[in-house]
Each structure stands twice: as C-alpha cells, then as structure tokens.
Design a protein around this ligand. Sequence first.
Ligand code: MF3
Ligand code: CO
Length: 251
Amino acid sequence: MISLKSQREIDGMYESGQLLASIHKKLQTYIKPGITTMEINDYVQSIIEANGATAPQKGYNNYPYATCVSVNDEMCHGFPTDQVLKKGDLVKVDFCVDLKGFLSDSCWAYAVEEASDEVEQLMRVTKEALFLGIEQAQVGKRTGDIGAVMDEHIKKYGYTMAVDFSGHGLGPTIHEAPAVPFTGEYGKGVRLREGLVITIEPIVNQGNGFCTIDSNQWTARTTDGSLSCQYEHTLVITKDGPRLLTQLDEE
Ligand code: MF3
Ligand code: CO
C-alpha cells in the first residue's frame, strides 16, 4: 500500500533515521581486520537497544538477524557469521531501526582498512548513483526517473545494476509500495508525491548483475563472483525536494 506520511510520522522517522545514521558513523571506526560479521551485527543491535529502539529486520519474514552483512560478492541479505574480515574486504551493512514505532532503513559500504583502486571506484560510483537518484526524488517525478539516472551513471563504468531487487516505500512495514527500481525509463513508473517515504538503494556490480541465493534461502551473491556494492538512504519527498532521514545533519 502507498501511504503518505503526516508531519508527526516524518518527525518520528527522522529521529529513527538519525539514530541509524549515528550507528553507521560508529561502524566506520569499528570495522577492522580481525572482527567477524557477527560482531558487527551484535554491536549494531546493542546500540539500537541501548537507545530504546528495536531491530525490525529480526523476524521480518523469518529473517534471523538485526542486520544484513554482505561481504565482497554478496549482493545483499548476507547473514552475519563467524567469518573474520580481512584487509581489503568490501562489507555492506544494511539494517533498519524501529524507534517508537517509526522505521528507518539504510545501508553503507565499508572497505576494511583499505580499499583497492577497483573497490574504491565501485564504492564511489555506487554512492554517486544513490545521490543522483536522490536528486530525482521530487514531487511530480516518477520512480523511473530515479532508476534511469542511476543506471545511466553506473553503465559508464561498465557496471550493472542487480536485476532482482529494488528500493521501496517504508512504514508501517519495512517493505511497502511503491517499488523503487534501480533501472528505469524517464517519465515512467509511479508518480512521486509529497509525504511519500521511500528508500533508494542501488546494488551495483562489476559483473553481470545476476545473483544466486545461498542455501540459507536469503543471501544473494553474484553468479560470476564479481564484487557488489550498495548504499541506501531513506528519504521523504517534500515540496522543497528530497529530505534525507538517514543522514546526520552535519554531513
Ligand atoms: N534493509 C533491507 C532493505 O533495504 C531489508 C532487508 S529485509 C530482511 O530492503 F528481512 F532481510 F531484513
Ligand atoms: Co535496507
């Protein structure tokens, strides 16, 4: 269902998003060679709970953890495990926060200690695609405008968008209409309206964009073993343009 949020709901989602963003900021220094992806999960969950919030991904469609931690060729929905991170790994940490019933959702990519040139470029281009998509999140534009501009950008580097996933509306559940695809045609798709809260979350791959699902029934990884990157923000469409809810104000 497509719902438009009241000012009260937007204020609540903003507070939720600020907590989420502050946790990503902490992860920048927390993620180091030698820690496991489960330690990342537990660290995130403990901060969420210490702030009187909950981790709504846990139990969502039976997903077992507070976070998705996807490493290197994993596109998304990576299970946290005892896998030890090593220098140069590309880690995507994706989680939602529920603060007083208000949701936010954001994924950041991290290079463990240092990024090779290829990882650095993939991260930069993915983030650029996200922010180009965000610029299109205007009253009267359509979801196709967001997808088209993002896909156009990453193609210049020979990258591909994941074909099986998309962004989404947020609240009252994690996944609401409309879908916000990573590709599209300008002027096509669902019309964007004031008060609509959506995620934009391009998954960008070095290889062909196709995935296989692990035996855990969740984790998607590239079929060709190539690296995959993702950044995601939650935003609200206002008459003055997109307002990011999952970015700290100073940034
Ligand atoms: N945060 C994810 C997203 O961006 C939601 C993952 S659903 C879960 O859509 F069940 F895996 F948690
Ligand atoms: Co997410």
